[in-house]
Design a protein around this ligand. Structure first.
Ligand code: PEP
Ligand code: MN
Length: 339
C-alpha cells in the first residue's frame, strides 16, 4: 500500500499518517520526491484501514500495490534513482552513462591500453572480469585476484570507476575494498544468498544482470532482495534472454527496458555485446537501446578481438568504440540526454 500526501501537508499530518499505518503493523518508508511525498507500507498491509487513512488530513489518496516488489517499485518512489559510481560519475538521469572494457582482464598492458582508449572516447567507467563464470571448467577462468589488482591500477591510471563481476559471497569483503561497482552476472541473478548479503554487507552499487531465462518480475524481485537488505544502489542490466533463436547469442529484449523503467525507478543499462554475441551488431543494438530509453550501456571492447581469451567475437575494437560514441552523441540529444 502507498499513501500519497497532498501538496502543502504539514509535519503533524505526515506523522499522524505514519502512526496510523504503523498501528496497522507495517514499517513505513517515506519517499520525498520532487513532486510528491509518498508513504510506502513495508510488510503486510492487510490490517490497515484504507478508508481511515484516506480520510486523514493531508492525505491525497491511498493505493493498493499488487506487485510483490516494493522498494524497487516506482509507486513507492516516483523519481528516477541516480546511482553514484564514485569518482564523480553517476548513472541515471539526463546523462547517458557508457561503461566499456574487455570481457576479462588478461594482462596489465591489455587493461591499461583499453582503459585509456575507452576513456579518451568518453566512457564513464571501465568494465573487466577478474572472476569469470565460464560454461566450461577448462576455459579461461579469469586472473582472479591478480585481475582485481590490474583493474585497480587501471583505475589509478585513468580515474575511471571499475565494474567487475562477483561470483560468490566469500568475495564481498574483497570487492568492498577493491571495486566501485559490483556486477552480479546473469547466472547469479537468482543466487538469493549472494543477493541478500550484497544488500546487507555493502553499500557499493550493484549492476544486476537479467538472468538468461528470467521474467521482468523475477529480475525486479532480485533487485528487491538487494534493496530489502539495505542497499538501494541497484542498476538493472538487460543483456539478452534465451529464446528459440540461435543466430544471435541471445535475444535483446528492448521492450524490457521500457517495462522496467515504467515499473521501477531504478536505472537500466543495456549490454548489446552479450545480447547479440556479434561485434558487427553491437553499434546498431547500442543505438537502439539508447533510442528505447536506456540510461546507459555496458559494451565489451578489446584491443585484439581475434585473440581475446573470452568473448572475442562480440568485442568491438577501441576504434569501433570511438565510432559508436560519435554516433551516440547526437542520438542522445534526440532522446533528451547528453553524452
Ligand atoms: C560478462 O559481463 O562478461 C558476463 C559474463 O555477462 P553475463 O552475466 O551477462 O553473461
Ligand atoms: Mn563477456
Amino acid at each position: 500500500m502507498v499513501v500519497i500526501m497532498k501538496h502543502g501537508f504539514t509535519q503533524q499530518q505526515l506523522q499522524r499518517a505514519i502512526r496510523v499505518m504503523e498501528e496497522g503493523g507495517v514499517k513505513v518508508m517515506v519517499s520525498k520526491g520532487s513532486e510528491t511525498t509518498i508513504l510506502g507500507a513495508e510488510g503486510n498491509a492487510q490490517n490497515i484501514d484504507q478508508e481511515k487513512v484516506s480520510l486523514l488530513p493531508g492525505v491525497e489518496r491511498v493505493m493498493r500495490v499488487s506487485e510483490p516488489y516494493k522498494k524497487a517499485n516506482r509507486k513507492y518512489h516516483p523519481d528516477d534513482t541516480v546511482v553514484d559510481l564514485g569518482g564523480g560519475v553517476t548513472l541515471g538521469g539526463a546523462h547517458l552513462a557508457v561503461i566499456a572494457g574487455p570481457c576479462s582482464v588478461e594482462s596489465k598492458a591489455q587493461i591499461t591500453q583499453i582503459a585509456r582508449d575507452v576513456k579518451a572516447s568518453g566512457a564513464c567507467a571501465l568494465r573487466g572480469g577478474a572472476f569469470k563464470p565460464r560454461t566450461s571448467p577448462y576455459a579461461f577462468q579469469g586472473l582472479e585476484c591478480e585481475g582485481l589488482e590490474l583493474l585497480k591500477q587501471a583505475r589509478a591510471d585513468t580515474a575511471l570507476p571499475i565494474v567487475t563481476e562477483i561470483m560468490g559471497t566469500e568475495y564481498i569483503d574483497l570487492f568492498e575494498q577493491s571495486v566501485d561497482v559490483i556486477q552480479v552476472g546473469a547466472r547469479n541473478m537468482q543466487n538469493f544468498d549472494l543477493l541478500k548479503k550484497l544488500g546487507r554487507h555493502t553499500t557499493k552499487p550493484i549492476l544486476l544482470k537479467r538472468g538468461l531465462s528470467n521474467t521482468i518480475e523475477e529480475w525486479l524481485m532480485s533487485a528487491e532482495y538487494i534493496m530489502a537488505g539495505g542497499n538501494s544502489q541497484v542498476i538493472l542490466c538487460e543483456r539478452g534472454i534465451r529464446t528459440f533463436e540461435t543466430f544471435t547469442r541471445n535475444t535483446l529484449d528492448l521492450s524490457a527496458v521500457l517495462a522496467v523503467k515504467q515499473l521501477s525507478h531504478l536505472p537500466v543499462v543495456v549490454d548489446p555485446s552479450h545480447a547479440c554475441g556479434k561485434a558487427w551488431m553491437v553499434e546498431r543494438m547500442a543505438m537502439a537501446a539508447v533510442a528505447a530509453g536506456a540510461d546507459g550501456l555496458i559494451v565489451e571492447v578489446h584491443n585484439d578481438p581475434p585473440h581475446a581469451l573470452c568473448d572475442g567475437a562480440q568485442s568491438i575494437t577501441p576504434e569501433q568504440f570511438k565510432a559508436l560514441m560519435d554516433k551516440l552523441s547526437p542520438l542522445a540529444v534526440c532522446v533528451g540526454r547528453s553524452l
